[in-house]
Write a protein that binds this ligand. Structure first.
Ligand code: CP3
Length: 341
């Protein structure tokens, strides 16, 4: 049986064309998603397995991409820790009782996997509804990025509070990262058991770190986490602003390294080594440009990948809400046409 191109590329096997999927492919830019959100709040949607599965499958089929990604959020795993997670309209996510000390770390509740059973149910239903040849990606936040939300209480520009604990109280930092790594590994293994064909770790904000701090305070936890994920399931290790960290991220683990657009794909691939697959790396704002420009940008990235096995086309970060759906479709078609030629 021929493996689907996305899974073949994760394993650096030859593919008939370059597989493509897009981070945040189910989101506000899509009218079908907005229609579901008229009825359900964001958390409510995440906790409704039928609706979450429907949003997952609709986006993948509408776009013609080579993988679906389960509709959920990296912050859901924080809710059972008892920190008061809220997605407020306009302001983005808020943690009402952030972690500011070692005592706060000790007060975090252990994550009972049953508290996230709704995600596994959505995975099961999405897997059952998808065509058999279309892989389903499960995901979780990586420990650093989740720690940053727990500590800052939301997004941040400087990550000053996060770094204050990381550098000032290494014992508390290590305890927090160990707890997060163990919870994330169990959560990803549960998604795999429910039917996820691959998993992605989103270390979205790790690019704020100096390389030495990444190696000391993040890498060992990533390594332990990746080692605890069920063997045989491809792991995508993604971050943004990581041009200074690529070798260290590679050492952290993963079958595929996700890169953003602030570095050329060929340069990034040389840095991580051609014995690992890469995912990326179109600037999401390029999708706001006219279609001929989008096609030219896609061609340039495919040129840098140079037909080597192990390239998964993606954006360097999530689709922006103002993106025209037609442009997203045009990108998917362009990647398929240009890479098959
Ligand atoms: O990619 C997909 O289609 C799957 C679904 C998915 C969502 N969030 C849905 C979502 C995935 C993979 C995520 C990951 C996620 N969530 C990340 C890592 C990726 C990245 O963007 O760096 C992060 C940092 C989060 C945390 C988060 N969730 C933020 C900061 C926000 C608010 C900002 C925003 O875009 O609204 C969310 C909410 C969120 N997660 C939305 C969606 C579709 C928008 C909610 C809505 O209003 O409907």
């Amino acid at each position: 049986m021929i493996p689907p191109p996305f899974l073949a590329a994760c394993r650096r096997e030859p593919v008939p064309y370059t597989p493509v999927w897009l981070m945040r492919q189910a989101g506000r830019y899509m009218p079908e998603y907005r229609a579901v959100r008229e009825r359900l709040g964001f958390l409510e949607l995440c906790k409704s397995p039928d609706a979450a599965a429907e949003v997952t499958v609709t986006a993948a089929l509408r776009l013609g991409v080579d993988a679906a990604i389960i509709f959920a959020d990296i912050l859901l795993v924080l809710e059972p820790m008892g920190v008061g997670l809220e997605f407020s309209r306009g302001d983005g996510p808020v943690i009402h009782r952030p972690v500011r000390s070692g005592a706060d770390v000790d007060r975090l509740l252990p994550v009972d996997p049953a508290a996230l059973a709704y995600v596994m149910e959505a995975v099961r239903r999405a897997r059952a509804a998808l065509p058999a040849h279309l892989p389903l990606i499960g995901f979780a936040g990586a420990p650093f990025t989740l720690a940053s939300y727990l500590i800052e209480g939301g997004g941040s520009r400087t990550y000053a509070r996060t770094k204050t604990i990381m550098l000032g109280d290494p014992g508390a930092w290590r305890a927090l990262m160990e707890r997060l790594s163990a919870s994330i590994a169990a959560y990803l293994n549960a998604q795999i058991a429910a039917g996820a064909d691959a998993v992605q770790l989103f270390d979205s904000w790790v690019g704020c770190l100096a390389p030495a701090d990444y190696r000391t305070h993040v890498l060992p936890h990533m390594r332990a986490l990746v080692d605890a994920i069920r063997p045989g399931t491809p792991v995508i290790h993604f971050g943004t602003g990581t041009a200074g960290l690529l070798e260290a991220m590679r050492a952290g683990g993963g079958d595929v390294i996700g890169v953003d657009w602030r570095i050329d794909l060929d340069v990034a691939w040389n840095r991580v080594g051609h014995d690992v697959a890469v995912q990326g790396n179109l600037d999401p704002t390029a999708l706001l440009a006219p279609v001929p420009e989008i096609r030219a940008r896609a061609a340039a990235i495919l040129g840098q990948a140079a037909g080597r096995p192990g390239h998964i086309f993606n954006l360097g970060h999530g689709i922006l809400p103002q993106t025209p759906v037609d442009h997203v479709r045009a990108l998917v078609d362009a990647v398929h046409e240009l890479s098959a030629a």
